[in-house]
Design a protein around this ligand. Structure first.
Ligand code: MG
Length: 202
């Protein structure tokens, strides 16, 4: 099972990290050992001092496909969830400066908490509100209408390079407001005001 991450998909987040707006989706991968399921704690690792939260809408592939046309991409996923793309920002910054891969900064154990999945047909996917709170204080508010690349475009794009298989997961990018987490934080993720995700940092 593959876990894809899409970077730089919300303009305001690109600006807050002084990144360039991409011409195509920025793609990275996390291993399956990055996933933690809802309500399991996240253990802050020793190799970093600066982990950022990035709340994202997550898609789950429901049908195998390759070279999927954008107009058919909606047939390849039925369910969505909320996830957090935990990022070791210090390690990522070093990697960026040295033009090295982000694999460790993005793919370490526990770096991908994911909520339960819910049927996509219950939502307007082009106008989907989501939010991240820490210790009951709002930190990130997003709406999928602000994405540079739509879910369907992302699926079509990825499938040009990677065969998508049932159960593969796609993190679709984070809105502005990313910031550090610390031990003791209670992190909560909301999709249209329903709390789907909860993670305690230990
Ligand atoms: Mg991200």
């Amino acid at each position: 099972m593959k876990v894809f991450g899409i970077g730089r998909n919300y303009a305001a987040h690109i600006e807050e990290l002084n990144n360039e707006r991409p011409g195509q989706p920025v793609v990275f991968l996390k291993p399956d050992t990055a996933i933690i399921k809802n309500a399991e704690p996240f253990y802050f690792p020793k190799f970093t001092n600066n982990i950022h939260h990035e709340v994202e809408v997550v898609l789950k592939i429901s049908k195998m496909g390759k070279h999927i046309e954008e107009k058919f991409a909606h047939k390849y996923y039925n369910e969505i969830a909320l996830g957090i793309d935990f990022t070791a920002r210090d390690l990522q910054q070093t990697a960026k400066e040295k033009r090295l891969p982000w694999t460790i900064a993005k793919g370490f154990d526990g770096s991908a908490p994911i909520s339960k999945f819910v049927p996509k047909n219950d939502f307007d996917l082009n106008n989907l509100n989501f939010e991240l709170k820490i210790n009951n204080e709002s930190r990130q508010i997003g709406n999928t209408s602000m994405m540079l690349f739509s879910f369907d475009y992302i699926i079509s794009y990825l499938s040009q390079f990677f065969t998508l298989k049932v159960g593969d997961i796609i993190f679709t990018g984070t809105p502005k407001g990313v910031g550090p987490i610390k031990v003791g934080d209670q992190i909560a993720g909301y999709l249209e005001h329903e709390q789907l995700l909860s993670v305690e940092v230990k």
